[in-house]
Design a protein around this ligand. Structure first.
Ligand SMILES: *Cc1c(COP(=O)(O)O)cnc(C)c1O
Length: 462
């Protein structure tokens, strides 16, 4: 399989080059040259597979001969053996038409582990095969950093540096990152905001000399390997319903920030998985919900919410969807993105908007409604939602029609966001691995928010 850019200016490259490139060199995003089609017959066979077996079949379609099957199998097995649940991503039934797909059984209790455990192992494999060091540099508002560090800690050939805004991530998130004492991990606590961290990273990546000297690699959700890893659980969840004879009209409700997770669902549907509807749930930062309802893609004012991992104004994976929406025309995508840069908005009308509304339904959840939904589900189903999952649940309650079965993607364990849950007087006991974090020493370096300060730290570390 070869990979091309949504802006058409990168000659087709293989899978490994695609994951190393991250953002395409022409500023676009990498997509597979064609989307593999899965027949009904194959879907039936896949229904029998365990999670790692299914992941192997799906990855094999996108990797082809570039990684020998035995090696790929080992990568997959290593990646999912770290999950606490034997099913990796179990499906929980709440009532006749409501299910929750629990994606939080990985090392950091957030769904990002599903992709980053795999990407971490993949980077280690590539480092060994090409006999080169991989330096990962990233910024996080919480979940991605912890998950990326867990994905590569202690691995040969990889060093990782994560910037987070000092004392502006949740306590559990901070502890998850900073209690790691492996020599290949550097935590920089930056005096400033998440936006400062992200700006510094962007500028360091744009410094081509610095980037090449240190072979800098990214871990953010524009990496195509992350999307592919996330398609697997859509298939897996659908099959669990099919086993029960409940796979009539299956919709997925997805708490959305950077459009990565829901794009994986869109890709699964394009591969042939009979998904009825993809429900896009946002919090009050609702640019994507407004786009789907009104056809206008335009950032609004930033709002602080109980679901900080979805507090995003410009969704970095959105361009991949535009590529397919416009019939894989890179020229059109290029001019739309140029227009967005110049005017700060994209507007879509007519048949194209109709297509958007056929692909997705959308709902934006206000802060109060998010907390209400946590209380409701706790009372009604004795099930505790985290505030991100709560947005997905609220959206599915609003939009799922009768006769339809809704699967809500649960993107984080409630213990990660206890601060919000406590507002509703709901107490919870932390799972043992989270409780244990509070006893451990922390390793982090507090630095000023300037490029020079960060660069100095990186040079010493690399
Ligand atoms: C990252 C994250 C999301 C948003 O996922 P996207 O792929 O960016 O849409 C939702 N919930 C949690 C808990 C997350 O960490």
């Amino acid at each position: 399989m070869r990979y091309i850019s949504t802006r058409g200016q990168v000659p087709p490259i293989g899978f490994i080059d695609a994951i190393l490139m991250g953002l395409a060199n022409d500023g676009g995003l990498l997509v597979p040259e064609h989307i593999p089609q899965v027949s009904e017959e194959t879907l039936k066979q896949w229904q029998q597979l365990s999670y790692p077996e299914l992941a192997l079949e799906i990855f094999a379609l996108y990797v082809e001969q570039e990684i020998p099957r035995e090696d790929l199998k080992k990568l997959v097995n290593d990646s999912y053996s770290t999950f606490r649940h034997e099913e990796v991503t179990p499906v929980r039934q709440l009532d006749d038409s409501r299910y929750v797909l629990e994606l939080f059984h990985g090392p950091t209790f957030a769904f990002k582990d599903v992709a980053l455990q795999f990407l971490g192992n993949l980077y280690a494999y590539v480092s060994k095969r090409t006999d080169s060091i991989i330096h990962i540099l990233g910024a996080t508002s919480g979940d991605t950093g912890a998950s990326a560090i867990e994905g590569v800690r202690g691995k040969d050939g990889i060093r990782i540096c994560i910037l987070h805004p000092h004392q502006k991530v949740s306590k559990v998130q901070e502890l998850q990152m900073t209690t790691v004492d492996d020599a290949n991990v550097l935590n920089l606590a930056v005096e400033g905001t998440f936006d400062d961290c992200q700006r510094i990273i962007k500028e360091l990546f744009a410094d081509v000399e610095f980037k090449h000297k240190y072979h800098l690699r990214a871990i953010n959700s524009i990496n195509i390997a992350r999307i592919l890893a996330q398609t697997v659980y859509y298939f897996y969840a659908y099959f669990r319903l099919a086993e029960k004879g409940q796979a009539g009209q299956v919709s997925f409700s997805v708490p959305t920030g950077n459009f990565g997770d829901i794009f994986a669902g869109y890709l699964a549907k394009k591969m042939g998985l009979p998904i009825h509807k993809l429900i896009l749930a946002t919090n009050e930062n609702n640019i994507l919900a407004r786009f789907i309802k009104e056809g206008v893609y335009q950032p609004g004012d930033f709002k602080g919410t109980y679901s900080p991992s979805m507090d995003i104004q410009v969704a970095s994976n959105f361009e991949r969807y535009l590529f397919y929406l416009y019939g894989e025309q890179a020229d059109t995508v290029t001019s739309l993105m140029a227009q967005f840069k110049a005017e700060g908005r994209i507007a879509i009308v007519g048949d194209v908007l109709k297509q958007v509304q056929a692909d997705f339904a959308a709902y934006s959840v206000e802060n109060e409604e998010c907390l209400n939904t946590i209380s409701d589900y706790y009372e009604k189903y004795d099930y505790l939602l985290d505030p991100h999952t709560s947005c997905g649940a609220a959206a599915s309650d609003k939009l799922a029609q009768s006769g339809e079965t809704a699967i809500v993607l649960s993107t984080a364990h409630p213990a990660k966001f206890d601060e919000a849950i406590r507002l509703r007087g709901i107490g919870q006991t932390y799972p043992e691995p989270i409780q244990a974090l509070f006893e451990k020493p922390q390793f982090q370096t507090v630095v000023g928010g300037t490029n020079e300060a960060i660069q100095k730290q990186l040079e010493a570390f690399f």
